[in-house]
Design a protein around this ligand. Sequence first.
Ligand code: SER
Length: 593
Amino acid sequence: MTADQLRIKFLEYFKLKGHTILPSASLIPEHDPTVLFTTAGMHPLVPFLLGEKHPGGKRLANIQKCIRTGDIDEVGDNWHLTFFEMLGNWSLGDYFKKEAIEMSWEFLTDRKWLGLNPQKIAVSVFVGDQDAPFDEEAYNHWRKIGIPEARIAKLGKEDNWWGPAGETGPCGPDTEIFYWSGNEPVPDKFDPKDKRWTEIWNNVFMQYNKTAEGKYVPLKQKNIDTGMGLERTVAALQGKASVYGTELFQPIIKKIIEIAGVPTSTADEFYSVNQKAIRIIADHLKAATFILGDPIGVTPSNLRQGYVLRRLIRRAIRYAKLIGIDTKKDFAAPIASAVIEIYKEVYPELAKNERRIFSELNLEEKRFEKTLEVGLKEFNKMLKDGMISGKEAFILFSTYGFPLEMTRELVIEKGLEINEKEFVEEFKKHQELSRTASAGQFKGGLSDASEETKKLHTATHLLHAALREVLGPHVKQRGSNITPERLRFDFSHPQKLSESEIKRISELVNQKIKEGLSVKCEEMSVEEAKKAGAIGLFEQKYGEKVKVYSIGDFSKEICGGPHVKNTKELGQFKIQKEEASSAGVRRIKAVLT
Ligand code: SER
């Protein structure tokens, strides 16, 4: 079975079981500053998992493109990837453990669907601890289905618990489904540490809310959140020992070997010697292609998503150099082209944004070559005293962007002694830095970050109302994005704002902040909200009740929250930039100081 067939079967099965099929959301989350990328199918669904009604009903399914950088050091083994597709089904307060487990089992093993060998399947369930009991219910369902005791592992929170990403929120035990990928006969007993057991599907039972006091309170709306790894499942279906053996990677790998100038006759040997590097190049450039090809455009930079993108491209180039590829010639774009070829039907945005993908890759290659050139000069200067200290290596990295690994190699190449301990310390520092950046976590903790975003969110409502008052009621929200540092608001308006308009808008917002208006939240139906004159994105809201936030009688907007209690918490509002976003749409960036 191919990846294309698996995608179709999955959606067909869950449609048959009453699920509404949703499109894949963007890789860049719009309203969640705590993560840089969409890391799971549940991510764009968080408001609905928290109780907001979804227009598609209570049963949903989709295929979501995801980026995870947390496992980047494991990429290159058989199973870990930076970019992957997640097949997911959700129950929003509808079915629970029994049905979720039964559906997973039927879909995986029934001949009509995937027809995987039930003898090669093992599962894990939550063992229980001081916060929540052993998940006996899940355990019993698996036993009833026919999974032998020896094939059910009972594991703790580190393995069988999901969420919350922050300190508080919905969470619960999960059950993971593993498939035997080894060529050897399947062992009777499931050993979760044996890497040949590959996790292919996770069913999360969202049944608790973790409170600020650290208590686990049962949720009113119990949800199911599942995620099946497309690449891993395809490998299982095709009897491959690795995701890289499937059609989702083979053409990319072939392209890399071709670019390396290796003749077909020795291609296999070249691959087996350089397997890890080739896999990393394929994985990283696939991820970079998807990030660059996303409708929400991100380009390489030193900030947030742009930084991760830059690291992925540069790391791919580094590994390419290591295996003897001349990266000064066209390197990344032809590989991106192989990626687009594989995915262009499923993700049409890639072909649509092909030109941007190629040109950004080319530009970043050039910038990196320049960085290396300058770095090499600095390196030679530093070497004048006959050594490179750990500190100097770090300066090369932090000031000149020169990769630490490269400094290390050069030092060894020159036949010089290196201070291993010092280097290792610098490496560690560097890794921690990049982890923090990739996980998108902010120093000072998530709670501080969310306090800042809350303020900026309320300021966005004030700005929206002020724009309508100063420019006119034709102003409509076209997009909004908040980070802990600033707000960004896109709105319909035909021309550039004048200096005096910008001044009037800022003054109005600051006046409303000074007035100390209280922020109130009411629940009402969409009709009532419209009647009350609330503004906001109505087309995205469905169901009976919506939340309407009012700020004094200045602003009334339909919105999921959260907001501050009183505008006097906001401080000083300042517009930093006003520019065009697209035809007929303006963009304002503003901060609170
Ligand atoms: N959120 C869970 C996961 O990512 C299931 O979708 O594994």
